[in-house]
Design a binder for this molecule. Sequence first.
Ligand SMILES: Nc1ncnc2c1ncn2[C@@H]1O[C@H](COP(=O)(O)OP(=O)(O)OP(=O)(O)O)[C@@H](O)[C@H]1O
Length: 335
Amino acid sequence: MSQDILQVIDLRVYYHTARGPVKAVDGVSFNLQAGSRLGLVGESGSGKSTMALALMRLIKPPGRIEGGQILLNGVDLARLSEEEMRHIRLSEISMIPQGAMNSLNPVVRIRQQIIDGMLAHGVQMTRREMDARVAQVLEWVDLEPDVANMYPHELSGGMKQRVCIAIAISLRPKVIIADEPTSALDVVIQRQVMETLTRVQEELGAAVILIGHDIGLMVQSVERLAVMYGGKIAEMGTIRELFQTPRHPYTRLLIQSLPRLGKKGQLQGIPGLAPSLLNAPTGCLFHPRCPEAMEICRQQTPALSREPSGRVVACHLYDASGMPVPAASQEGGNP
Ligand SMILES: Nc1ncnc2c1ncn2[C@@H]1O[C@H](COP(=O)(O)OP(=O)(O)OP(=O)(O)O)[C@@H](O)[C@H]1O
C-alpha cells in the first residue's frame, strides 16, 4: 500500500472581517496517498479555494491559518517560514489556481513565463537547462515546441490551460492542486485537458487534489472524493462508495441532482441556501436544508465517523464506526 504524501490534520482557516470571523475551513482532516487523485467537491463558498490556498500557504489577510497541520512528507507546512515555503512551492507542491489561464502575462512569451515560475522558486539551472526543461514540459502537456515563442493571445483557451499545467509541473512536484482547472472551457476541451492532467500526473507519480463543484465531471477523474459543506468535510470515500451507498444526506442530494442519460424531467437542485459562514447555524451546518434533520442536528455538531476502510462521514445518522444509528435511538424525527 502506498504511503501518504500529505496529511492534513484539523486545519482551520478564518477570514477576520469587520463583522466577525468567517470560518472558511473549519477542522478539516484528510490524507492523500502518493500518486493518488482526490476530488474536493462542494457548492460555491464551501471553502474549497481557501483550502487550496492554505495548503500552498498563500492565504492573504484578512485570512489566517488558525490551527492544524499540513504535513507534506512529514514536514508541517503551516510552520515553515515564507522563505522555506518559497522553495517548496512548485518543486514539492504546486497549484493551478482558479482562473489561471487569465492570469498569464499578456506581454511575456510562454517560454519566459515558465522560466520565471522556476526562477521565482529559487531554481538554479543554466539557461540551456531551462530551455530544455521548457521544451520537456510543453511536450508533457501535448503542446508543440513553438508554443514557447508565442504570447498568450495567440493560444486557445485549452492551450493556455495546458501552459498553466506546464508551469505547475515544471519542477516535478509530488502534489498538484488543480482548482477548477477546466471551468472556462467547453465540454470536449475540458475532457482533453483533464486527460492530459491525469496522464502527466501518472507519469510524474504525483498526487492530485482536484477541486470543483461539478461532481459529474469529478467522477471521471478522481479515485476518492471529499464532499465539503460549510468549511467542513461532510463525507469522504472512494467514488464507488459514495455513488453506491452515499451516507450523508447532502451527498445523496448531490448525486440525485446529477443529470442521467435517458432520464427526462426537470433537473433538481438542492433546496435552500448554502450556510453563512459568518453566522453559521448551530449544530450540523446542513440541518436547515436536510430532509432527515433531527433535534440533535440542530444542537450538536456531528463528529466524524471513521470506517475501517478509511471512509468518513459527519452525520448524526451514523455512529463513531460509520454504522447507521437505529431509528429508535435517534432523537426526534423529521422537523
Ligand atoms: N478575502 C476574504 N475575506 C472574507 N471572506 C472570504 C474571503 N475569501 C473567501 N471568503 C469567504 O470564505 C468562504 C469560503 O470561500 P472559498 O472561496 O474558499 O469557497 P469555494 O468553495 O472555493 O467557492 P467557489 O467555488 O465559489 O470558488 C466564503 O464564505 C467566502 O465568502
